[in-house]
Write a protein that binds this ligand. Structure first.
Ligand code: GRF
Length: 193
């Protein structure tokens, strides 16, 4: 059975979508563990509710962070590493050790509205301020640069005149919850990881 490790920093609704897809049998893999950047986040509660092991890597120095992350990933030995709302950068050493095995979901049509500073509400606010007629979400491979790895798949979402960052975020998030499990399933079955 293939193994997935998820990294999250927030509420973990994308993590929940992965858990649900595994439980339905849509993703044929086991979630070996969650790496969380804080103990109190929603994603940790979701992991506990589903008996998924949790490792919290909270604000260690950069050197310790790289070593701890490497050690945890090596221990769980996943086929695929999924960043689901994970805000910390993945160190180059880890990207190289798990090349083409780390994916991220981003709430815009990359390469637009990606990179440093474009996270959460900032992304949707910038899309609205630019007067875009569409936005969406992107799953991509992770490299050393924020949001710059090869794009795997995107889904477009129309922007409405009445949209606020919150309403747009909500409509995109609903698409993320379908896109991310679908890409995970595809990558695991196509043996691309
Ligand atoms: C999502 O919008 C994702 O695209 C972004 O962070 C958000 C995480 O939301 N990278 P959640 O924690 O999965 O609810």
């Amino acid at each position: 059975m293939k193994k997935i490790v998820v990294l999250a920093s927030g509420s973990g609704s994308n993590f929940q979508a992965i858990i649900d897809a595994v439980n339905r049998g849509d993703i044929k893999a086991r979630i070996a563990g969650l790496i969380a950047s804080k103990p109190q986040i929603g994603a940790v509660k979701r992991a506990r509710d589903h008996n998924i092991p949790v490792a919290v890597l909270e604000n260690p120095s950069d050197q310790d962070y790289t070593e701890n992350l490497m050690a945890q990933l090596t221990h769980w030995n996943p086929d695929l590493i999924v960043l689901a709302g994970y805000l910390r950068k993945i160190p180059t050493e880890v990207v190289e050790a798990f090349s083409n095995q780390i994916i991220n979901i981003h709430p815009s049509l990359l390469p637009k509205y990606g990179g440093k500073g474009f996270y959460g509400e900032h992304v949707h606010r910038a899309v609205l301020e630019a007067g875009e007629s569409e936005s969406g979400c992107t799953v991509h491979f992770v490299n050393e640069l924020y949001d710059k790895g090869d794009i795997i798949r995107q889904v477009k979402v129309p922007v409405r005149d009445s949209d606020t960052p919150e309403t747009l975020a909500k409509r995109i998030l609903a698409e993320e919850h379908k896109l991310l499990p679908s890409v995970i399933s595809e990558l695991l079955t196509s043996n691309r990881t």
